[in-house]
Design a protein around this ligand. Structure first.
Ligand code: UDX
Length: 425
């Protein structure tokens, strides 16, 4: 099938590349000409394991094209994916500028039937609005079908998540486009959830909000366990054995970050309040997440008394491992609070490059701890699980080790006279 993917961010690039690898002829379009030039030179703007190689392979096969002429893409392709960014404003309302521009372009270039598939995360009701807007532009509803087909891919695992999803959610206004979707994903084996346009949008928010709730629940449990001297990982493994709960997303620590959970939970709160519903759980999830960092800060401040002028090393800047994405990273938020208290920050991350004059970033994780008063583990990169702790202790001036991701064996580091700080460890 001939497919136009509009927007080459995480979702667009992954979706377009996987669809071309499945055999479709894909035109990835973006109004950022520089980005398109770079992609045509083989430079992929995001770090995602396996993506560059797959892009390369399908460009060579002549099945993956990058261009900035949106009208050409729309005219050429009967299938159009909307994968543009939908940032959320502070109040939770959604900035639909990019979507609006796409709808305008479709309105100007639609001369034959189009199946328009929204993969961007959009507030409930947006796809109905897209349908209405195209009608108001005078386009006959028989000339297009809108489909809401949210993605559930995780950064750092995006290709696998797209090729082996645990479900395919399809929101439609009529049955007709369902066959088209099934042809598109013919080589992907997963159960279909067929629902309304708004139903599919809501599934996306409910999924992310529920996963965020699991994390905030475990972080709240960690606070309670900390007060009772109970090991939180015991709670997690016991809960995880219960099939009704499941073992995933029970890992307590500094809280959730990234381009999805914080934004989507805020957006769901906003969507609920639009209907005069006070989403108490969703609000509590955010409150716990927003205050989790303070717990670690308090413990560090209690130990170091005054952070002013103290040299603090931070390992991990990305919001999670296997990505270079620092959006809403808990690590950066923690660093900001430490800087406000006058601390000096020396950081290391396996892949994140950061140019912030207030933060000294090192290529070598051991260099980053030289003469420091404390070391904080802020992102759960696997390389922080096999460390030469004698070398770290020798290099540091102090002996404080803050485990913000509960990945360090505290008994093992105790052998090196570290003062271990964790929550419920
Ligand atoms: C998430 C969803 O998982 C994905 O389905 C959706 O499509 C997009 O949003 P992603 O943002 O890539 O994916 O990150 P994820 O792996 O879900 O982690 C989110 C945050 O939660 C990270 O900051 C991670 O460190 C944190 N986390 C995750 C925990 O604190 N504890 C856990 O047990 C799991």
């Amino acid at each position: 099938m001939k497919i136009c993917v509009i927007g080459t961010g995480y979702v667009g690039l992954t979706t377009g590349t996987v669809l071309s690898d499945l055999g479709h002829d894909v035109y990835c379009v973006d109004n950022d000409k520089t980005k398109i030039e770079k992609l045509n030179e083989g430079k992929v703007p995001i770090y995602e394991p396996g993506l560059s190689a797959l892009i390369d392979r399908n460009k060579k096969r002549g099945r993956l094209h990058f261009l900035s002429d949106i009208h050409y893409g729309i005219k050429e392709c009967p299938i159009i994916y909307i994968t543009v960014g939908t940032p959320t404003n502070e109040d939770g309302s959604q900035n639909l500028t990019a979507i609006n521009d796409v709808i305008d372009s479709i309105g100007q270039s639609i001369h034959s039937h189009k199946t328009i598939i929204t993969k961007s995360t959009v507030i409930p009701g947006t796809n109905e609005w897209i349908h209405q807007t195209l009608m108001e532009k005078g386009i006959d509803s028989n000339m297009f079908d809108i489909v809401s087909n949210p993605e559930f891919l995780r950064e750092g695992n995006a290709l696998a998540d797209m090729l082996n999803p645990d479900k395919i959610v399809v929101g439609v206004k009529r049955q007709k486009p369902i066959e088209t979707i099934k042809k598109l994903y013919a080589k992907i084996h997963a159960p279909y959830i067929i629902t309304s346009l708004t139903g599919a949008e809501m599934i996306k928010y409910a999924s992310n909000a529920f996963l965020a709730t699991k994390i905030s629940f475990m972080n709240e449990m960690a606070r309670i366990c900390d007060a009772y001297d109970v090991e939180i990982s015991h709670i997690a493994s016991a809960l995880g054995r219960d099939k009704r709960i499941g073992p995933y997303f029970l890992h307590a620590g500094l809280g959730y970050g990234g381009s999805c959970f914080p934004k989507d939970v805020r957006a769901l709160e906003y969507a609920a309040k639009q209907k005069d519903i006070i989403p108490e759980i969703v609000m509590a999830v955010q409150n716990v997440n927003d205050s989790q960092i303070n717990l670690y800060l308090e413990k560090l401040t209690n130990k170091l008394t005054n952070l002013n002028g103290k040299k603090i090393s931070v390992w991990g800047l990305a919001f999670k491992p296997e990505t270079d994405d620092t959006r809403e990273s808990r690590s950066l938020l923690l660093i900001k609070k430490l800087l406000e208290k006058g601390a000096e920050i020396h950081a290391f991350d396996p892949i994140v490059q950061l140019s912030d004059p207030a933060i000294t970033v090192y290529e070598d994780m051991y260099e980053a701890v030289k003469e420091s008063d404390a070391l904080i583990i802020a992102t759960e990169w696997s390389q922080f699980k096999s460390v030469d702790w004698k070398k770290v202790k020798d290099f540091m001036k102090g002996n404080i080790l803050v485990d913000g991701r509960n990945i360090i064996d505290r008994n093992h580091v105790a052998g090196y006279q570290f003062h271990y700080i964790g929550v419920a460890r």
